[in-house]
Design a protein around this ligand. Structure first.
Ligand SMILES: NC(=O)C1=CN([C@@H]2O[C@H](COP(=O)(O)OP(=O)(O)OC[C@H]3O[C@@H](n4cnc5c(N)ncnc54)[C@H](OP(=O)(O)O)[C@@H]3O)[C@@H](O)[C@H]2O)C=CC1
Ligand SMILES: O=C(O)CCC(=O)C(=O)O
Length: 409
């Protein structure tokens, strides 16, 4: 079964609860547009390398398509389609006026020089410039893409359409970016986790966290958990993992990484990379790639709560098993929605040619995440469903309502 079909199981389940009927359900599932382009670029050694680039525009009934671009060898149409669909429900859940999109290039950016990455990004932008724009589709960072890459897209797009910073979000702060966007996804994850425990009358202090992935999302959220008094007992990246039962010194670990030292040379116990998923802890946070918790390994999970900072880190089969074992899951479309929320703030600032302070952005993010959490927790209790189903019920309900009001042909 494709990843897209697997994700559609969640949509069908929510649609059934909402009694939307097959006709609306079909309209909701199918992506509006799927674009695949060839991206060839000259390497530093004079050879030409060819990659595939993708952009899937899932639904735009509530506003322009919105979502990240990923540079990774596993990028393909099925992955882009799946992640674009998740963006549609995520933007609706946090009630920002966007739809869902996603894309990327099937390259290994670690094997490319900075110049090669820039040429590839500019070529990709040339190939998709007709279908992106501040009122049509607004890309943003995802795995292995970041502020500099967004700057190249903005610059290349300007050659075709003039200066248009709102065409991408997640830009460098000095180049029309928003203060706080860098940390926003991690901050949103920490707010959602805190809200979960607040309902149980508990806090983050003293809780034991394991974080898989130490990139943009994982590193910020590890810092925020640590600052809230939590113990981050293990973290991993693509090269390996480190563990300290007393809690890792996250500030020191960030300094270590910023000094370009491999994670595994940090003075702590080394542990096999993928074993972090199976360490005993209060909260496991997958913050790397998708489909890491599957039917094959789910019984080895020893966390009480899984917070999906990554998109689709748990397969639907594994999710069912976890829920039946009483392991609660805060789903991606809720937990990691802080990123797109602050992307929305960046887009608003670009359009208004105005600057918010970091505090304004963080306060608005706090409000948005709390409202979304309240809604999901309330629906879960009311309908007696898990948090993922509740989140899909909210997202799907909003998109369906808008679609029907606008009119379906
Ligand atoms: N950036 C954002 O605003 C948002 C991101 N997300 C999701 O969060 C996840 C992470 O994205 P982001 O932090 O931006 O990406 P980054 O590229 O910044 O970081 C990815 C991290 O994952 C690590 N990694 C890759 N493969 C593995 C593996 N097999 N085991 C352990 N770690 C691994 C990378 O290691 P290494 O550095 O060694 O390559 C890196 O530390 C993705 O699923 C993304 O879709 C969701 C919402 C918004
Ligand atoms: O910031 C954005 O627009 C999109 C972030 C993203 O790709 C995601 O939430 O998965």
């Amino acid at each position: 079964m494709s990843h897209f079909e697997a994700t559609n199981r969640y949509i069908r389940k929510a649609s059934e609860v909402l009694d939307l009927g097959q006709r609306i359900e079909r309209h909701l599932i199918a992506p509006d547009r799927e674009v695949s382009v060839q991206v060839s670029t000259t390497l530093d050694n004079g050879n030409v390398a060819s990659f595939r680039g993708f952009r899937v525009q899932h639904k735009n009934v509530r506003g322009p398509f919105k979502g990240g671009l990923r540079f990774h060898p596993t990028v393909d149409m099925d992955e882009a389609r799946t992640l674009a669909s998740l963006m549609t429900w995520k933007t609706a859940l946090v009630d920002v006026p966007f739809g869902g999109g996603k894309g990327g290039i099937d390259c290994d950016p670690g094997a490319l020089s900075e110049g090669e990455r820039e040429r590839l990004t500019r070529k990709f932008t040339q190939n998709i410039q007709e279908i992106i724009g501040p009122q049509t589709d607004i890309p943003a960072p995802d795995v292995n893409t970041g502020p500099q890459l967004m700057a190249w897209i903005m610059d290349e797009y300007a050659k075709f359409r003039g200066f248009t910073p709102a065409v991408v979000t997640g830009k460098p702060v000095h180049l029309s970016g928003s203060l706080g966007r860098d940390a926003a996804t991690g901050r949103g994850v920490s707010i959602a986790t805190r809200e979960y425990f607040r309902r149980l009358g508990e806090g983050l202090a003293g809780k034991r966290f394991v974080v898989q992935g130490f990139g943009n999302v994982g590193s910020h959220l590890a810092r925020l958990f640590h600052e809230a008094g939590g113990k981050v007992v293990a973290v991993s990246d693509a090269t390996g993992a480190v563990r300290d039962e007393r809690g890792l010194d996250i500030a020191a670990l960030l300094d270590h990484r910023d000094g370009s030292h491999p994670l595994t040379t940090f003075p702590a116990d080394e542990v096999a990379r993928d074993e972090v998923l199976f360490l005993p802890c209060d909260v496991l946070v997958p913050a790397a790639l998708g489909n890491v918790i599957t039917r094959e390994n789910v019984t080895d999970i020893r966390a009480d709560l899984i917070v999906e900072a990554a998109n689709a880190p748990i397969t639907p089969d594994a999710h069912e098993t976890l829920e039946s074992r009483g392991v609660r899951v805060l789903p991606d479309i809720l937990a990691n929605a802080g990123g797109v929320t602050v992307s929305y703030f960046e887009w608003v600032q670009n359009i208004q040619q105005f600057r918010w302070t970091e505090e304004q952005g963080n306060d608005q993010l706090e409000d948005t995440m709390r409202r979304a959490c309240d809604k999901v927790f309330a629906i879960a209790a009311e309908r007696n469903v898990d948090f993922r189903t509740a989140a899909f019920i909210v997202g799907l309900g909003r998109v369906a309502q808008t679609m029907v009001t606008r009119g379906i042909q």
